[in-house]
Design a protein around this ligand. Structure first.
Ligand SMILES: Cc1cc2nc3c(=O)[nH]c(=O)nc-3n(C[C@H](O)[C@H](O)[C@H](O)COP(=O)(O)OP(=O)(O)OC[C@H]3O[C@@H](n4cnc5c(N)ncnc54)[C@H](O)[C@@H]3O)c2cc1C
Length: 432
């Protein structure tokens, strides 16, 4: 009899943790597991702001799937559609023809992508903050703008280079802004003629508060702290236009900025709409509390792309965060195995523990099991919590080394923006 095939779409939090658990619990010859992902690594997203700030080497916040999932088949490329009706998925490797993969069980966990709005200039000038590549780019970009500002006699060019706009005041936006501003303020001392006060950092948020993940007190305190650092926090404000880098806000403000970071929410990865998966009104895959795709007994889903009922808050759905994704991945693997073995499945239940966020070196804000923390204790908690959660001893050790070296030596202030154009030098040589 053929060995059943389990196909996992997406090797992020849900995909990797599901595969790890299956790898550990599957009996020899019981099933083979195939994991597909654009990249061959899982990104630990809560550490992206620290990677962007240069506190952690970016390679240390990603986990190579081929190293940790030794018993699984890893395919790098893009799943273009998943069909439940004929139990197949269309897979496109990075090059060459697409292939159809048949499966017996499927786990659909492609996560989310940035939710853009039709704002003129946004897609041309904005950048998101979800991937390690975006974090690396932003670090190089911000340092590159300091270089530019220190080297130009043109006041207009300098002002534009030193203006940084972030749209979206959730934890991704606030942490990214907090860490990058802290890094830039630290770097200023090496750039002649630029001080912290010469830079303009603006946080634009459509609702009346930032950080909905923590209580109102903590959010208010965070706004005060950011303002003390000279950061403009503009709540109840919308970005109207960003054409040619000219920022127009709906409160009447207009200015030029070369940096526009969009962190105003996420939406399910569009691949979920490409097949016959049942979707809710927000485009998420309809899931049961057993993490099965509604109406099936062989297809599973979880994470940012799924609408999973939150049994601790009847009538509500689990929020899209890593806390749930990790736990759902493990529960999903157990339920998939139970299904294969004809055993009873267990519903997913987890009460949200809270949130921790860093705002730059030694500054943070946290709300965990109703307890509020701010400043150094919250920052310390952010680091310890995420270090404990970071997969593999190897990556934990490397991150700890990065932090230790950061205590002994100043941060690197080199902009390696040319990394994105590695052949320029060679092409120049060919021309001359
Ligand atoms: C900057 C930032 C900070 C965050 N901080 C926190 C935090 O402090 N606490 C917290 O709880 N949460 C945090 N989150 C949220 C958390 O990271 C996500 O909720 C979590 O990653 C969701 O897991 P997932 O498995 O659903 O998706 P992901 O981890 O995003 O994994 C999806 C995977 O699917 C792959 N994929 C997508 N489409 C395809 C396709 N068509 N074919 C093949 N592969 C595909 C992607 O490459 C990706 O690897 C943060 C997020 C960001 C962006």
């Amino acid at each position: 009899m053929a060995v059943p095939r389990i196909l996992i779409v997406g090797g992020g939090y849900v995909g990797m943790y599901t595969a790890l658990r299956l790898q550990r619990r599957l009996r020899r010859g019981e099933a083979r597991v195939t994991v597909t992902d654009f990249d061959s690594y899982m990104t630990y997203q809560p550490f992206l702001p620290e990677a962007a700030a240069g506190n952690i080497e970016p390679r240390h916040v990603v986990v190579p799937l081929r190293r940790v999932l030794r018993s699984c088949e890893i395919l790098s490329g893009s799943v273009e559609s998943v069909s439940l009706a004929d139990r197949t998925a269309r897979f496109q490797p990075h090059e060459g023809p697409a292939v159809t993969i048949g499966y017996d069980y499927v786990v659909v966990a492609p996560g989310s992508i940035s939710r853009l709005l039709p704002i003129p200039g946004l897609s041309d000038h904005g950048i998101g903050f979800k991937t390690v590549e975006e974090a690396i780019h932003l670090r190089n970009h911000v340092l590159g703008k300091l270089d530019l500002a220190a080297s130009t006699p043109d006041e207009r060019v300098r002002r534009r280079a030193l203006t940084f706009v972030f749209v979206g005041g959730g934890y991704a936006g606030v942490e990214a802004l907090g860490e990058l501003e802290d890094m830039a303020a630290d770097a200023c001392r090496y750039f002649e003629g630029i001080s912290r006060g010469d830079m303009r950092w603006v946080l634009v948020e459509a609702t009346d508060r930032i950080l909905p993940e923590v209580g109102e007190d903590m959010a208010r305190w965070t706004v005060q702290e950011l303002r003390k650092r000279g950061i403009e926090v503009r709540t109840r404000t919308l970005l109207r236009s960003a054409e040619h880098g000219h920022i127009v806000l709906d409160d009447g403000q207009e200015f030029d900025a070369e940096t526009l970071v969009w962190t105003a929410g996420v939406k399910p990865n569009p691949v979920v709409a490409a097949g016959d998966l049942p979707l809710d009104e927000k485009g998420r895959i309809k899931a049961t509390a057993y993490l099965r795709i509604k109406g099936t007994d062989f297809a599973f889903t979880a994470g940012d792309a799924a609408a999973v009922p939150d049994l601790t808050r009847p009538g509500m759905l689990c929020p899209p965060n890593a806390q749930h994704a990790v736990r759902q991945g493990r529960r999903l693997a157990d339920n998939l195995l139970a299904t294969m073995r004809g055993q009873t499945c267990t519903p997913y239940r987890h009460r949200n523990a809270g949130s921790v966020a860093s705002l730059g070196l030694y500054q943070g804000v946290a709300q965990v099991y109703g307890r509020q923390m701010r400043g150094f204790p919250a920052w310390f908690m952010h680091r310890t919590y995420h270090l404990m959660r970071m997969p593999t001893f190897n990556k934990k050790s490397r991150i700890l080394m990065d932090w230790t070296l950061g205590l002994l030596f100043p941060r690197e202030i080199i902009s390696l923006g040319a990394l994105q154009r590695p052949r320029e030098e060679f092409k120049f040589a060919a021309r001359t």
